[in-house]
Design a protein around this ligand. Structure first.
Ligand code: NAD
Ligand code: ZN
Length: 364
């Protein structure tokens, strides 16, 4: 049996993350956060046929006289572009959206980022309600207000901080999510355990089989706990000046792997974001132990957990370590004065470490 959970995010803007089964069809919950007369549902070609009708009915039931339109774009990271963003703004114009309009971001992280960015820009900022439909979006991208799109020059290079009015995560939609996407989300869940909660890591170890099998109860608990960690960090550091950077554990390696193999399209053999982060976390843990910060046993424990969750833990064949190192230097989060990594002190505690020698990075 699953239960309903709520996590509050504080900071400049207060909002709630609601997690539980059936929430997309719950007009009461959404009526508290819906205002004005216009709503634009932004979704993609996989998600809209499954869930957009349900959401539209809920919006009408929540608020009489609501004018609801849809902007549905093709699915995939390659669509997270300025031109799709402009089309989304055009859809708001066609709807006649006023300053009290609401954007409903119904989809994974691609939709959440693009729709959130459109909401940030339309008339200098209107409400967005995030309705994440992937596990990754539920535990990561829908929370924290980072929005944006990609450029040819790199991922997420254009964007804005724009906190949502609310996050509504209906856990039943995970049943239609391809298994590989579910696993990718689990990598980000493990990240929270690795960085913030040794006891959560233990909980994940004892529920690994249930999580990998998509068990509702285990997933709801994992989502709620992950959101709690993210909410705490984001409340304290909304604009990533400090500890929010710890959420990038595994991402310095992960981004380099993604960039080096070309961003994975649907059905591609290349690692997707979560998979690349899984490999990245194992490498970061090994680097931590090579620097004498964490034990080799802890690094091994992380690797075993990720494997049990169906995630890769080794670099894909054919990737050149020197090329990865060069990619890390180009990373948006790189700084002058050497590579920056999030490294482990032990399970549940990490810190930002600068100036890690290249030889050690190549070694791991
Ligand atoms: P995604 O949005 O591409 O979704 C993955 C695939 O699953 C897509 O094909 C989608 O159509 C499909 N899908 C989504 N929900 C489904 C469902 N319920 N049933 C069936 N199919 C479904 O990818 P993602 O992994 O959710 O998100 C990745 C994006 O998130 C990246 O662009 C990344 O930059 C961004 N991101 C942003 C933040 C942030 O803080 N803003 C954090 C992490 C990641
Ligand atoms: Zn990530």
């Amino acid at each position: 049996m699953s239960t309903m959970r709520t996590v509050r995010v504080e900071g400049e803007r207060l909002y709630d993350i609601s997690i539980g089964p059936g929430l997309l069809a719950d007009p009461v919950r959404i009526s508290h956060v819906l205002r004005g007369r216009h709503a634009l549902i932004v979704s993609d070609s996989n998600v809209a046929p499954l869930y957009a009708d349900r959401v539209e009915q809920t919006l009408h039931a929540a608020r009489a006289g609501m004018q609801v339109a849809r902007f549905v774009m093709p699915a995939g990271e390659q669509e997270k572009t300025l031109s799709r963003f402009c089309q989304c703004l055009d859809a708001l114009a066609t709807l006649g959206a006023t300053r009290d309009a609401t954007v409903i971001a119904l989809g994974g992280g691609v939709i959440g980022d693009l729709a959130g960015f459109a909401a940030a820009c339309w008339m200098r900022g209107i409400d967005v309600i995030q309705m994440p439909t992937t596990l990754l979006a539920m535990v990561d991208s829908s929370v924290g207000g980072k929005t944006g799109v990609d450029l040819a020059a790199g991922k997420n290079l254009v964007g804005a901080f724009h906190a949502p009015r609310a996050v509504i995560a209906d856990t039943t939609v995970l049943r239609t999510l391809p298994p590989r996407e579910l696993c990718a989300g689990l990598a980000e869940v493990v990240k929270y355990g690795a960085v913030f909660g040794a006891d959560f890591l233990g909980w994940l170890e004892s529920h690994a089989s249930a999580l990998a099998a998509g068990d509702d109860f285990a997933l709801t608990e994992a989502i709620a706990r992950s959101c709690l960690y993210k909410a705490e960090v984001v409340s304290r550091d909304p604009y990533e000046h400090g500890e929010r950077a710890l959420l990038n554990f595994g991402h310095t390696f992960g981004h380099a792997i993604e960039a080096e193999q070309g961003y994975a399209g649907a059905g591609s053999q290349a690692l997707n974001h979560g998979e690349a982060v899984a490999v990245g976390m194992v490498l970061a843990a090994r680097l931590s132990s090579a620097l004498g910060r964490a034990s080799a046993a802890d690094a091994q424990r992380l690797q075993v957990l990720l494997q049990r969750l169906g995630l890769p833990t080794a670099l894909p064949a054919g990737l050149d370590p020197q090329a990865l190192l060069a990619r890390m230097r180009l990373d948006k989060k790189a700084e002058a004065g050497g590579l920056r990594f999030i490294l482990w002190d032990h399970a549940g505690l990490a810190s930002v470490v600068r100036g890690v020698p290249d030889e050690l990075v190549l070694d791991v």
